[in-house]
Write a protein that binds this ligand. Sequence first.
Ligand code: FES
Ligand code: FES
Length: 217
Amino acid sequence: MEDVRPVEDDCQAGHMQAAQPGHSRRNFIKGVIAAGASVSASSYVFKDGAVARAQAPGAVERLVTLTVNGRQRRVDVLPQETLATTLRYKLGLTGTKIGCDRSECGACTVLVDGVPQYSCSMLTHQVRGRALQTIEGLQAEDGTLHPVQQAVVDEQGFQCAFCMPGFVMNMVAMIDENPNPTRKEAAQFLSGNLCRCADYNKILNVALRGAEYTRRG
Ligand code: FES
Ligand code: FES
């Protein structure tokens, strides 16, 4: 005869079972761990006699090639991974900082096709096929500093310097667009970067000095 017990009955039966001998808490935990293992294993399927990774429809390819500082880098990227995370924790480019992690401070600024972007707020999958530049890619092969980096050294423009890589990347973009900015123009261009040490006066000195060094070549 068909079993027509309501669902609660099954639940109660389950609780009662757990209280019976042989269904100890230890066995229950073992069961949970085993279930977790089988869930992980379920993402693999047997195909043509070999084990293949199951690919859900619409799934994003995880192994991608990024062009970072002129080099091709292969990296395993999760679907929702931010560019800042990939750069710092997968590629070891820790010059890029994460401050607010929500598009407010500019510490994570990198150049994407020459345009300054908050890398904490871009998905890495968005930048496949685009040219990425981080602070590590600014100096020349022979170790010569970029003019903006040299300006930082000469002006001693930062205190703790946590914000410095983001500012420098944005300054590089600014000078590319406007090689001879006024102090006010520089302040406006760099307004998306925040400095918790509030060293803005000296930071603007760096920006103008960097522009001067760049013009001189
Ligand atoms: S860490 Fe990206 S804007 Fe603050
Ligand atoms: S120098 Fe410390 S945050 Fe800018």
